[in-house]
Design a protein. Structure first.
Length: 462
């Protein structure tokens, strides 16, 4: 989930960008009104076990737990967070109670299934789009971009068991629609942070290309190759900016982990000490560049400036690792000569637990000493709610953060962030997510005490 941003020479004109933003505003308002109305009425129209036959999400103790969603990872996906390729494929394949009740890709899925049976290959691809409009900005008032992703796994050993060995891969093409991308838009409005760290214009990049080996009936897992550390570092069920909260403050690290490298050459080893206690350790290249992963050999073995993490935690069940979970994560990053960032270290904590089969409250935070982290301190709290009988998801979160002086070069004051989103499952593979982010005391915009940013995210998977 690297937040590195580079510019593009092929940008639309400011006039055309303004026209696009103005045309998009009424559409955004209508869609938000439709979806929010749906979620407000849903609790009254979709009672548990209603006549439609829809089942609520299930947790520990249920006999027929659904598998593959953020709140219920499929068995065998230990230490693979909700945005990991294997978890995303399982989530996409899960049968969903969508709003439009359309099943458009059954033949496509039936065609893909025998491929795994023959050669062990699973694959998926999706298109993601995100746009923002702010109530006020010293610069651009809006931002938008898109991402195409190809992802999957290729199991060579242990097919059909928990002890598989094979390749994990994810390739992306990130591109801008407007002068400013959503990843840059936080800085544009004076916010010290990322409204969404993923939607950049980095074009071609490789975030995952590694060997994954599971042993001891899935209780021990190892990665070797090019990794995304957010698959296993400070993860919880709502951490993916692709499908849940957008703001980095509610994602892995909460802004208080320096670097967050992806497409990074390295290794990870994790396992369960008991049925409920686990630990993992990772070491990766701190200078990773997912747009040129071949340089990883030179930067890792030549510079050997690395990012290390160690996490220890508790869960009620390995299959609910990111749902019912309490963990503490320690990290350290070396000084990076080329990037000009100092060494640093820090600690993060997280606690989440499913309540009444539908709610997922969370309390998370972190503290950092230098290392290029956005924040020296951060605390987040909130809740996720899954509409009974549906894969649609509601999330509300609040965050306090204090920007890191060594990163921003100034002693900036505390800022406050709130985010509300509703992910509507339109069809089996199409999600649309209107959102609202409220920013109090934006640290780099002292002329404003309050800003609001309205967003609309689309994901179409195949």
């Amino acid at each position: 989930m690297s937040s590195t941003i580079r510019s593009s020479d092929n940008r639309p004109t400011r006039a055309s960008c303004a026209e696009i933003r103005l045309a998009a505003i009424p559409v955004l308002i209508r869609v938000c009104a439709l979806v929010i109305t749906r979620v407000l009425l849903a609790p009254f129209s979709m009672a548990e076990g209603d006549a439609s036959g829809a089942e609520p999400i299930r947790y520990e103790g249920d006999d027929e737990a659904g598998q593959g969603s953020e709140l219920h990872p499929a068995p065998g996906q230990v230490f693979a967070g909700p945005a990991a390729p294997t978890s995303q494929i399982e989530s996409d394949r899960e049968e969903k109670d969508d709003l439009l009740d359309l099943h458009l890709l059954e033949r496509w899925d039936a065609w893909k299934d025998p491929v795994y049976d023959r050669i062990g290959l699973k694959y998926g691809f999706d298109y993601n789009s995100l746009g923002y409009v702010a109530t006020s900005s010293p610069g651009d008032i809006g931002a938008a971009s898109g991402v195409v992703r190809l992802f999957g796994s290729w199991d060579f050993f242990g097919r059909g068991t928990k002890d598989t060995g094979g390749l994990i891969y994810k390739i992306e093409l990130r591109h801008r629609y407007t002068d400013t991308t959503p990843a840059e838009f936080g800085a544009e409005i004076g916010y010290a942070g990322f409204l969404n760290p993923l939607f950049t214009d980095q074009e071609f990049r490789v975030t995952h290309l590694h060997w994954r080996q599971s042993l001891l009936d899935g209780r021990l897992v190892g990665y070797l190759g090019w990794l995304d550390i957010t698959d296993y570092t400070d993860v919880y069920a709502l951490a993916s900016p692709w499908t849940a909260f957008s703001n980095l403050a509610f994602s892995s690290g909460g802004g208080a982990i320096g670097g967050l490298p992806d497409g990074a050459l390295g290794l990870m080893v994790g396992g369960f000490v008991t049925d409920k206690l686990y630990a993992n350790f990772g070491l990766v290249d701190a200078n990773a560049d997912p747009t040129h992963i071949g340089q990883g050999f030179e930067t890792f073995f030549g510079d050997f400036e690395t990012f290390k993490s160690f996490e220890v935690g508790w869960t009620s069940d390995p299959d609910l690792l990111f749902v019912n979970n309490v963990h503490v994560t320690f990290w350290q990053i070396d000084a990076r000569a080329e990037a000009g960032t100092p060494s640093g270290w820090g600690v993060n904590f997280s606690a989440t637990a499913a309540v009444a089969k539908a709610f997922l409250p969370f309390l998370r935070g972190g503290w950092a000493k230098d290392g290029g982290s956005l924040y020296e301190g951060t605390v987040s709290a909130g809740v996720g709610y899954q509409t009974p009988g549906s894969d649609s998801l509601l999330g509300v979160g609040v965050n306090w953060s204090r920007p890191n002086q060594s990163t921003f070069g100034a002693d900036l004051g505390s800022q406050f962030t709130g985010e509300f989103f509703y992910r509507a499952q339109l069809t089996q593979r199409v999600q649309i997510t209107p959102s609202m982010q409220l920013i109090g005391n934006p640290a780099e915009n002292p002329d404003k005490s309050f800003l609001a940013v309205f967003g609309l995210r689309l994901r179409a998977a195949f």
